[in-house]
Design a protein around this ligand. Structure first.
Ligand code: SF4
Length: 368
């Protein structure tokens, strides 16, 4: 597996150090330390590299609510499918959303049945679509965390400046700190450390995550995205566990400042306010969603089309909810690899390349 490291020699040395430290943590805790990542890119990196297997018996790497497609509530998926069924509406979306199964359909199925659904690569593409189709309505599906939301905010501003009246956003963006607080408050999250998402922290800064150590006595470290970055973060977390140092660390300092990116934060504040949002698996979390401000209501698809996200049950047998709460690993789901595969997904965690089930299926079957 070591040949998969992006810098094999450095990775080998770091891994040796981490394994020794993890063994000391096992002595201290009486079991392998459980470290949870809350970022889909980290999930994919960890699975692709085989790092989980390399630390087997010494530290357990577990996924949390870090995949934006996966945490989008089933009720939002139904609302998006409902949008695609409105005559004259074109839904513009990132490709990952297409195959997320809804109650009895998906955007992919709606498209096959004739709905106008376009895959775009940025929100700006959706604005272009609206400009080129003045007789129709274009709705962009805004899914993601603090990382992608500033770009959507900028797009809404550009649409407003251009006076576009046929472009709206279905805003289902989420912010990470309230979700982590909610998970920690639930009491069933048994982790010894958190690997924090570098992209999110590049916008928010590391400061909004300081509460993890201060209020819950759990160390957390901001990590970059190469495998060496992740090993480095695991190393720092193990240090913190051994030293009982609960201050949130930043091992991605060349990108993440304590106060974050002021301009991106301003863009978010100009366009969105926080509100309660439903997360798949985590339920309704206070202040965890980004809602379009009243003065930009003309660009809010919920407002324009009178949409209400309903409460929808998870697909029978699917354990994405428990997975996103860090309570199980994909192979604990009896549908994994049998009824549920990337070509025939039952739940969203098998759809997105950042979903834990898809990552396990692709890279780790039989290894862990
Ligand atoms: Fe859901 Fe499929 Fe993952 Fe099971 S394997 S939790 S059904 S996505």
């Amino acid at each position: 597996m070591l040949e998969r490291l992006n810098d094999p020699e450095l990775g080998r040395k770091m891994l040796k150090l981490v394994r020794e430290k993890a063994a000391r943590a096992v002595d201290r805790l009486g079991r392998p330390a459980v470290l949870m990542e809350v970022c889909g890119t980290h999930t994919t990196s960890i699975a692709r590299s085989g790092l989980r297997g390399l630390l087997k018996g010494l530290a357990e790497l577990r996924s949390g609510p870090g995949c934006p497609v996966c945490v989008t509530a089933a009720g939002d998926i139904e609302a998006m499918i409902g949008l695609a069924r409105i005559p004259g509406v074109t839904v513009a979306t990132f490709g990952d959303m297409l195959r997320v199964p809804g109650r009895d359909s998906s955007l992919e199925r709606e498209r096959a049945a004739g709905a106008r659904i376009k895959i775009v690569y940025s929100p700006a593409d959706a604005v272009e679509l609206a400009k080129n189709n003045p007789a129709g309505e274009v709705v962009f599906l805004g899914v993601g965390f603090e990382t992608t939301a500033p770009l959507v905010a900028l797009t809404i501003k550009q649409a407003a400046d251009a006076g576009l009246d046929n472009f709206t956003v279905y805003a289902a963006h989420k912010i990470m700190p309230p979700a982590l607080r909610s998970l920690l408050d639930s009491g069933d999250l048994n982790v010894d450390g958190l690997i924090l998402p570098g992209h999110v922290c590049a916008v928010t800064g590391s400061e909004p995550f300081g509460f993890i150590g201060e209020d819950y006595g759990i160390p957390a470290v901001v990590a970059g995205f190469t495998l060496v970055d992740i090993i480095d973060a695991v190393n720092a977390l193990l240090d913190k566990i051994l030293l009982k140092d609960f201050r949130t660390g930043n091992n991605y300092r060349w990108v993440v400042k304590p106060e974050g990116n002021g301009e991106a934060r301003r863009m978010l504040e100009d366009c969105f306010h926080t509100g309660d949002a439903a997360w798949r698996g985590l339920g309704m979390i206070k202040g965890s969603g980004l809602m379009i401000r009243e003065e930009l209501a003309a660009y809010d698809a919920r407002n324009k089309f009178g949409l209400e996200a309903s409460v929808v049950a998870e697909p029978p047998g699917c354990r994405c909810g428990e997975l996103l709460r860090g309570l199980i690993v994909p192979t604990d789901c009896r549908l994994f690899g049998s009824r549920c595969t990337p070509t025939s997904p039952v739940g969203p965690c098998m759809v997105s390349s950042e979903g834990a089930c898809a990552a396990y299926y692709r890279y780790e079957r039989g290894e862990v």
